[in-house]
Design a binder for this molecule. Sequence first.
Ligand SMILES: C[C@](O)(CO)[C@H](O)COP(=O)(O)O
Length: 228
Amino acid sequence: MYSLILLNGGIGARIGANQPKQLLKLRGIPILVYALIKADRVEKIDQIVLNYPPGWKEAVEEVLEDYAISTPVALVEAGDSRHSSVAAMLPHCTNDHVIIHEAARPLVSQENFESLIEDEHDNVSLMTPISFTVAPVDPVTHAVTGSLERDRLRNVQLPQKFAKADLSAAHEKAKQDGKVFTEDATLVADAGHPVYFIDGSDVNFKVTTPTDLRMAGFLLRPEEEDDD
Ligand SMILES: C[C@](O)(CO)[C@H](O)COP(=O)(O)O
């Protein structure tokens, strides 16, 4: 069985709302609820560890009361970084295998979770091929400093699954080395544990900007409004 670490602790500054973006409503439902509902349907997830931005515990508790999520949910206050949040949530996980997802990806599907679980490897991330070009640059001088081979790059998505022992050891190592990562697949791989990717889906994008918010509202099918 799997514990789901559901990252919900950001304040979503890039959206410019007066509340964390994951509490904003899309088609009448808080963004956070879409991922909760999908995870709740996955038979092999028997625990959800959910964090909340400091000061927003009651608001998140109200959301949980309003939607009938049957999987037990443990609430943990978010740290001041993604690293510290994941590290603080890990000890609450009751299983040896964990899945990490983020509330800001409301278009995740039940199949996304299940394809990870079905994969034979312990440490696996959804990823998609890149359809554009990524260039290394010097952000100060605006000089282009090289080139990257597109076939050897992937857009890292969540959800991801990990052996809890590998994830804990990798977090400890990153802390000791003073290294910062923007997600956990590269953090675990950097610590020397094998990590693999399987195909994600373009639809499972992260809602970061006001434009993303509009696109997500457009793509969320009315069928999903009936799920609560
Ligand atoms: C985890 C992530 O969504 C992978 O694509 C991304 O790195 C998150 O970035 P953020 O700046 O923490 O929103």
